[in-house]
Each structure stands twice: as C-alpha cells, then as structure tokens.
Design a protein around this ligand. Structure first.
Ligand code: ZN
Ligand code: ZN
Ligand code: ZN
Length: 544
C-alpha cells in the first residue's frame, strides 16, 4: 500500500497488544488518512480495532469509512444505498470475487440487487419477467405491475435457457425479491392492492433512477481501470515482442523468426498473461532461457518435417520453393524494423533512418552501404527497394543448391552469411548499371514499361514464323505475357524471361498510348510476386 503504516509493529510491542493502549481519539486520527483497503486490513489486526471499525451503531465508525471513501474512491461518491452501512458499501465496491461462489477477481456490482457476483450466480438467482407467472404458478391473479416496486437489471444471456434473439436483452428480477413482494401483495384485499401498486410504482421509479445513477458512477471506474490495465498489458506484450525482435544472431540479423516464436508456448503464455506489471530485465532473462530451448527444438523439428516432404518435390517445383525461401527470409529480416509496434525512441529513430534511406534512394549514397556495414547495421540487411531487382540477379535465377539438389533446404547460416549478401551486391549492381531498354530486365526495371503492352511471346512468334504468317504479334503487359506463358497452349512451368519474352520498347512512344496499357492486374500476393518477375506459378495459385 501507499502508506508506510506497519501493522505488525503497531500490534505487538514486546509481545503485548498495543491496540488496547491506544486511546480511541488517536486511533480515529490515524484512520482519517487511510484508504479503505488499509482500514479493512486494520480491522483484521485485532478485536479492538475490529470493534472500532466495524461497529454498527457508532457514528464515529460511519464517519471514518465515509471520509475514507470520499477521499480515496472517486467513483463511489454517492451515499450508501438505503439500509446499507458505510462499511458494507465500501466492501461491496473495493473487495473482489463473487459473493456467492467466491469465484476470484469478480468486480461487477449489480446495483439493482446490491451484490457483487459472477454471471453464473446472477443467472441462478434472477428470473426474467416473462417467466415470473410460470414461476409463481398463479397466472390469472397477477397484474403486470405488481413488480413495479422492484429494481431490476438488464441481462444479456449469451447462453442459457432461451437463445431466441427477441428475448434479448431481458429484464432480470431477483427471485427472492419477487417472492417477497408477491407474498406482500397476495395478503392484501382488492382496494389495498390498488393503493399498494400505486405506491410501489412511485417507489420503484425512484429506486431505479438511483440504480442507474450508481451504475453509471461505478461503470466509469470499471472502464477506467479496465482500460488502464489493458494498456499495461499491451505495453508488456509490446515490450516482450520488442525484446525478442531485438535479439541478433552472429551475423547481426534477427535471432528469432517470429513465425516460429509465435508457435512457442512460452511466448503464447507470456502474451496471454493477465499480468499488468512491467516486463523487467529479470523477467526477460527468465523468459529468454525458456524460449530458446523451445524455439530451437521447434525450429529443427519443423525443418526436418519440411525436408522430409520436400525430398519428393519435382526439381522445378523445388527450385521455385528455394527461391521463395530466399524471399521469405529477406522479408523476415526486414520485418523487425518495419512491423514493430512503436515502443521506444530508439525504434522510432531507426524507422526514420530507414525511411530516409529508402526514399533518398540516390546513387551516391550507395558505395557507403556496401561491405562490412552489412553485418553491423540492421537497416542494410537487404533493403526494401532492392527486392524488385531480385528476380534478375544471376545468383537468384541460378542459386547454388546444396549438392546441386534444389530439394535440399539451405541452412539459415548459409542464407544469411553468404547468399543474401551476394544477392544484395548483385541487386545493387542491377540498380546502378541499368540493363538496356530492349531487354526484358531493362524494360521492366528501368523503362517504366512493366504495365505497357510492349511484350510479346517468343514461343508464339516462332510458331507463326514457322507457319510463314506475317501477323503483328499479340502484345501483352509483363504480367499478361507471363500469365500467357504459363497458361493457354504453352503451359510453361519455368519461365525464362530472356528466351521466352520479346520486348518492343518503341511501341510505348506511339501516339495512342492508352491502348498499350495492360488490362490484367495482380489480385493477390502470389500474383504480385509473379507480376514482379518471380517464378512462383508452380507453388501458388494464379488466376485462370
Ligand atoms: Zn489486540
Ligand atoms: Zn459466483
Ligand atoms: Zn505464346
């Protein structure tokens, strides 16, 4: 608690109870500045304190609790409900747990019934308006408004005896109150009943107004606390994510793949935790020690499973699978900075730097980015803006497979320390030394022609030449010609852009520019990759 009040030292000095020696005036003085939770603890210390604090007929006791409540419980400023002592009132709102089944952590107070309870206990003890006649077994004698003196709450039953939506929400009455008021009503004669109902209607209206006021006042506190806690939980989860992504391996790349971390129970338990305390350095060390073995085991077993299934792939499917492994790894390496929820200033600064690097994109910066810096600076793992050059990198098109067999997985060390740095060099070269515009690579990467219909199918052209026809070849955008090659009459499994696609860059300068624009566009992620020149047609579904 906030106070430095020590009950132990107060309670026993040299084995004797101190409470008996404290004059009531001084005790009351001490109590003036204590929050309700401390007063409750104090009442549990000994009989004497209990009698001071829990007396039901002392106005001083009432004053102590009232002052404490008004000072420390800003969302419980209304006076206690009629017939309720300050102490009970404070207990109702500050204690936790269902008052009936003792289910822990329950904080919901039903002001209509002055109880704090769980949903199940509420359902057990309440009855819906439309069931009351059946419950009382005297259908004809009761007018609708014999209940009008009672307070009720509006319940939304998610499960339970009636799932029909027209009965939701329903007004719920406390069963005991219904029985009592019915017993009261049934004793009266006809005239008495009329008067009684009139009076009850007035009372009920006032009581319900009060219930609503209390619910609003208390609900404010409930939501404030809930939001504070959920923010704390969010911060904690962000901190855990941040620390995991921050871990680097020996090449300066992220140590953990989030896609695997997300399958670890250590991680999921931590993310699901209801704890609102901050994630400390010590907590991280413990967490990390648990995560690493689980991660390592999961990583190698996933890899073995994959290797087992991919051993049977046909070579061309395997090649595309390996190429996509490169792409996936690059995206995983880029992801930590790109996707991270903003957490600390350092992260924000890094993101800004990265954006600057991406946007400036100017050629004179780049020599500086080469060489050793790759390993030290995470921003230069493989820049976003280099990805579009990847399909044209020689090492990407013809990668060094393990034992020359594309069905064997690369290990991550090789990808990170050899293959990706090599690809980065090649991508930078393609960027800095543009290919001629009449090559597929040049037209696509540098000519701005990727969506212009300046591409032809060499396979069709060769066929036509054989047939000796002089037709103007059919023209496509880059995406369209690649689709054409994999579909229709060719059904090419592995597209080789240079040997299968012809470029007519001069056509783009034609006066009627619009008719040369492509009409088909990628609609999903695999198609976007395919349209960018990645051969993924054997492992993804493309449109027909
Ligand atoms: Zn004592
Ligand atoms: Zn309960
Ligand atoms: Zn063709």
């Amino acid at each position: 608690m906030e106070t430095e009040f020590s009950y132990q030292s107060l309670n026993s000095v040299q084995g004797r109870c101190l409470a008996t020696q404290i004059p009531p005036e001084i005790f009351i003085n001490i109590c003036q500045d204590l929050p309700p939770t401390d007063l409750l603890s104090l009442a549990r210390v000994c009989k004497k304190f209990y009698s001071y604090l829990c007396s039901t007929n002392s106005t001083t006791t009432q004053e102590i609790w009232k002052n404490s409540r008004l000072t420390f419980l800003p969302f419980v400023q209304m006076p206690p409900p009629e017939g309720m002592m300050e102490l009970q009132y404070v207990k109702l709102v500050t204690e936790r747990g269902c008052q009936f089944c003792k289910k822990p952590r329950i904080r919901k107070v039903y002001w209509a019934f002055l109880v704090r309870c769980c949903r199940k206990c509420l359902e057990d003890r309440t009855i819906r308006l439309d069931q009351i006649r059946h419950h009382l077994q005297s259908p004809n004698l009761i007018p609708d408004d014999f209940l009008s003196g009672l307070t009720f709450t509006t319940g939304f039953y998610k499960s339970g005896w009636d799932r029909s939506p027209k009965h939701r929400p329903a007004n719920l009455y406390w069963i005991q109150n219904v029985n009592d008021t019915y017993a009261e009503y049934i004793k009266l004669d006809v005239n008495g009943r009329r008067e009684w109902i009139k009076r009850k209607r007035e009372e009920g209206k006032i009581k319900m107004e009060e219930v609503v006021k209390r619910e609003i006042e208390h609900e404010n506190e409930y939501w404030t606390k809930t939001m504070e806690n959920s923010k704390k939980r969010d911060d904690r989860a962000s901190m855990i994510d941040y620390l995991i992504r921050k871990e680097k391996n020996e090449y300066g790349f992220p140590r953990f793949k989030m896609s695997i971390v997300e399958q670890c129970s250590t991680y999921n338990k931590a993310m699901m935790s209801t704890s609102t305390s901050p994630f400390t350095e010590r907590a991280w060390i413990g967490f990390r020690n648990k995560l690493i073995p689980e991660y390592t085991q999961l990583f190698s077993s996933l890899r073995m499973q994959r290797q087992e299934t991919e051993r049977h792939l046909s070579p061309d499917v395997a090649i595309q699978t390996r190429q996509m492994d490169i792409v996936k790894t690059i995206f995983e390496l880029l992801r930590p900075e790109g996707e991270q929820r903003q957490f600390s200033n350092t992260v924000t600064v890094n993101q800004q730097q990265q954006q600057q690097n991406t946007s400036s994109d100017s050629d004179n910066n780049e020599p500086l980015e080469n060489g050793n810096q790759i390993k030290n600076n995470n921003n230069f793992v493989f820049e976003n803006f280099l990805i579009k050059y990847l399909p044209w990198c020689p090492t990407f098109r013809n990668p060094p497979f393990v034992n020359k067999d594309p069905r064997i997985l690369w290990d991550d060390d090789f990808l990170m320390s050899v293959l990706i740095p090599q690809l980065r060099e090649e991508a930078l070269y393609l960027k800095n030394y543009p290919a001629p515009i009449d090559t597929v690579c040049g037209a696509f990467l540098h000519g701005g022609l990727n969506n212009k219909r300046v591409f032809g199918c060499k396979l069709c052209i060769n066929n036509n030449n054989n047939n000796n026809t002089q037709d103007i070849p059919q023209l496509y955008s880059f995406f369209e010609v690649r689709l054409h090659l994999t579909k229709d009459e060719h059904k090419v499994r592995m597209i080789n852009d240079d040997s299968m696609i012809e470029v007519y860059p001069s056509l783009s300068k034609s006066a009627d520019n619009t008719s040369y624009s492509g009409q088909l566009f990628p609609r999903n992620k695999p198609e976007v990759f395919f349209a960018a020149g990645f051969n993924c047609n054997l492992i993804c579904n493309l449109l027909n």
